[in-house]
Design a protein around this ligand. Structure first.
Ligand SMILES: [Zn+2]
Length: 370
């Protein structure tokens, strides 16, 4: 079983410089690889593989000698990350992979192997960088897989180490209508379940998001290049970090509960973006939020032998009466309640959708293109 362990790192000034070289070089390779993929596709209609790209990387050294200063495995890790971005794009339709910018809030590079962890001395040794002070507050046993070093906007560094503990994953448990739940994404609530339960974001998280809007408005009024603007930016970075932590905490609790209470969880494969077109901030927050929630559900399901059932995206989940199957085209987005003109059942819009998601998943039906 694979588990990730995340630790705070405290690099020296010199090591910070090496980190920043790695962030930069990995970004260059990522963008180069993305460009190659797009070009090859446009010219020949073909996909260029990661292995072909990796073989070409050394030829770049001639023009960009500084690439040699960093761990060559981290450079190859960039093409793997790009492959993963494409997988997510095809599976979740989350948007075509973007070119990475120096201004991205989180900078990272991966270290696929040849690093060492010293629990006694609280140090991690990375190729080309050396031993870095790291607070290894949790011990792990197993085989170290890829590690990822990241820097967040407030300036903190972390390393996340993927560990294979060698244990087999449990067999999938049986499920039926009574032990499965359907979940729908909400506009107002975070999620709605087929059993009628609605889950809102916790209040402290909502408060932080409100505060973020205030701070961003304030930032927009500060003069470019001024000290006050830098200060405002730093405040926003800190709040982003707090929101990420609060959201993570909330999602961990929720996913653990859902996994322990149900044998199977049905979800719609979807993009939240379509629903929130007019609220850019809200959109970016909920996009990240939903996909990281699904990721947590998926790996916890693996750990505990539970099933995640995915159905294709289909608008009618909100429009079909879950009792008689009547297709009600007259529902608008603002209507929270509706009564089925055919069988007379009254529905809460979101709960009805969640019930449909569960039903369709259990029937192994896919209503794409209905
Ligand atoms: Zn009906």
């Amino acid at each position: 079983m694979l588990k990730a362990y995340k630790y705070r790192m405290y690099p020296t000034k010199q090591q910070e410089e090496m980190f920043s070289k790695h962030f930069g070089c990995v970004r260059v390779i990522y963008n180069w690889a993305l460009e190659q993929k797009i070009k090859t596709y446009e010219q020949d209609g073909k996909a260029v593989s990661r292995f072909t790209l990796n073989k070409t990387i050394p030829t770049l050294y001639e023009d960009m000698e500084w690439l040699k200063e960093v761990n060559s495995q981290s450079l190859r890790g960039a093409t793997l990350n790009l492959d993963n971005a494409f997988t997510r794009f095809f599976r979740e339709k989350t948007g075509f992979p973007n070119f990475k910018s120096k201004k991205n809030p989180v900078q990272s590079f991966s270290v696929p192997q040849y690093y060492k962890v010293d629990f006694e001395k609280n140090k991690v040794k990375l190729p080309k960088i050396g031993w870095i002070k790291t607070i290894l507050h949790r011990h792990f046993d197993g085989k170290c897989k890829t590690a990822t070093v990241s820097k967040i906007p407030s300036g903190k560094y972390f390393i996340s180490i993927l560990v294979d503990d060698g244990k087999e994953l449990p067999d999938k448990q049986d499920f039926d209508e009574n032990s499965a739940v359907g979940i729908d994404v909400g506009i107002k609530d975070f999620a709605i379940m087929s059993n009628g339960e609605k889950i809102d974001n916790p209040r402290h998280l909502n408060n932080s998001v409100k505060r973020l809007k205030v701070l961003q408005k304030r930032l927009s009024r500060k003069q470019r290049g001024s000290k006050n603007r830098d200060k405002a930016k730093q405040q926003i970075a800190k709040l982003h970090e707090k929101i990420a932590n609060q959201r993570n905490d909330f999602q961990h609790k929720l996913t653990s509960r859902l996994i322990s209470e149900n044998q199977a969880i049905a979800l719609e494969t979807l993009t939240v973006s379509g629903m929130l077109k007019n609220h850019k901030l809200a959109q970016s927050i909920s996009d990240v939020s939903w996909s990281s929630f699904v990721t947590k559900l998926e790996y916890k399901a693996e750990w505990y032998g539970k099933s995640i059932l995915r159905i294709g995206q289909f608008e009618p989940s909100t429009k079909i009466c879950n009792v008689c199957g009547y297709h009600n085209n007259n529902i608008t987005l603002v209507e929270r309640q509706w009564q089925c003109p055919d069988c007379g059942a009254s529905h809460d819009r979101d709960v009805n959708a969640a019930i449909n998601i569960k039903k369709f998943a259990l029937n192994k039906q896919n209503l794409i293109g209905i």
